[in-house]
Write a protein that binds this ligand. Structure first.
Ligand SMILES: NC(=O)C1=CN([C@@H]2O[C@H](COP(=O)(O)OP(=O)(O)OC[C@H]3O[C@@H](n4cnc5c(N)ncnc54)[C@H](OP(=O)(O)O)[C@@H]3O)[C@@H](O)[C@H]2O)C=CC1
Ligand SMILES: O=CC(=O)O
Length: 322
């Protein structure tokens, strides 16, 4: 009997392909830093039993409908907005993802962005590298205090809570907005549920940690920036689409808010000539929230394991339920 066929959309380490090869025939896009072209992925999906994908692969209804024997789409990510989950469910195809394992690593990066933006660290680095460091000056590169500031978290889920926990170490006053209250987090972190307007109007740091859905598309728009304090710093490590980037650019340019720390963009990779990147008060990173070696290895192992589970006829440990 022939083995099931799994297709990996990026080059993965040998231990991962070995793990899969013990039970499957393995096909792989051999480049680690370049996504597989859509037409190749669609062709591979027609005959694959399993797909090992990531945040940059768009897996739409057409591709899912054309798949003849697909049993699982396993993404090496917690976010799955790039996959048409409904179309997969209609064909009883599992969509598996990697929640939890990347929570602390992503919270670390989110807090790093917050600190870098507040204390103008990229600008300081540029000053040194460009040989622009003159005499000590009383108000040179003065930033914003983090300790005892108000941290507003939109989307108090796994990562939101982990960011809030870091905030407690800085004696921050934590408020959050969610569709459902998080009583346990409130007690543990001293966080307070507020409505969106109060969060936007009173927070020193506004941090978005929701998934990207129809409901959160451009959740942070011109009206939202208008409500924020002119000293507010906006942090986004969720998905670029939760924010209207043109409104963000205008808010930063006009001084409606003080700065932004961004790990995600509407179009990734963002082009170097994107207007947002011309602003000194933007700290931008290339979607590296979960990018520690340990965490990425765990995510890859978890993804491979989900595939093996589905191909054995078991339900993968973490499937998306919508
Ligand atoms: N930059 C990076 O590299 C990474 C980015 N991410 C992003 O972070 C996201 C969150 O991950 P994780 O914390 O594990 O997910 P969770 O599902 O644990 O948390 C998401 C939270 O958002 C809340 N939420 C959902 N919709 C809304 C809404 N419309 N308004 C307000 N709150 C909302 C949910 O609560 P409720 O439903 O009750 O409202 C939930 O508490 C991922 O979906 C992904 O997009 C994740 C990892 C790395
Ligand atoms: O963006 C990364 C993810 O895991 O989601």
């Amino acid at each position: 009997m022939s083995k099931p066929y799994v297709y990996l959309t990026r080059k993965m380490p040998q231990n991962i392909t070995d793990q899969l090869a013990a039970a499957c025939d393995v096909g792989m896009w051999e480049k680690a830093e370049e996504p597989v072209p859509q037409h190749i992925l669609k062709e591979e999906m027609k005959t694959a039993d399993a797909v090992f994908c990531n945040v940059s692969d768009v897996i739409d209804k057409d591709m899912i409908d054309a798949a003849e024997q697909l049993k699982v789409i396993a993404t090496m990510a917690v976010g799955y907005n790039n996959i048409d989950v409904k179309a997969a469910q209609e064909k009883n195809i599992y969509v598996a993802h990697t929640p939890g394992v990347l929570t602390e690593t992503t919270a670390d990066l989110t807090f790093a962005l917050l600190m870098a933006s507040a204390r103008r660290i990229p600008e300081g680095i540029d000053v040194i590298k460009n040989n622009e460091w003159g005499a000590w000056a009383p108000f040179f590169l003065t930033g914003q205090d983090i300790y005892q500031a108000r941290l507003g978290i939109i989307g108090m889920g796994r990562i939101g809570e982990a960011v809030a926990k870091r905030g407690t170490g800085f004696d921050m006053d934590i408020v959050y907005h969610n569709r459902t209250p998080k009583k346990e987090a409130e007690q543990r972190l001293g966080a307070r549920l507020v409505d969106m307007d109060e969060l936007l109007q009173t927070s020193d740091f506004v941090c978005v940690m929701t998934p990207y859905t129809k409901e959160t598309h451009h959740l942070i728009d011109k009206q939202a920036f208008d409500k924020m304090k002119s000293s507010a710093i906006f942090i986004n490590t969720s998905r670029g689409g939760t924010v209207d980037e043109e409104a963000l650019y205008n808010a930063l340019k006009n001084g409606d808010i003080r700065g932004a720390g961004l790990d995600v963009f509407e179009n990734e990779p963002i082009s170097a000539d994107h207007p947002l990147l011309s602003l000194p008060n933007v700290t931008a990173l290339p979607h590296i929230g979960s990018a520690s070696e340990t965490t990425r290895k765990k995510m890859a192992e978890m993804t491979a394991n989900h595939i093996l589970q589905a191909l054995r006829g078991e339900t993968p440990d973490y499937i998306v339920k919508e």
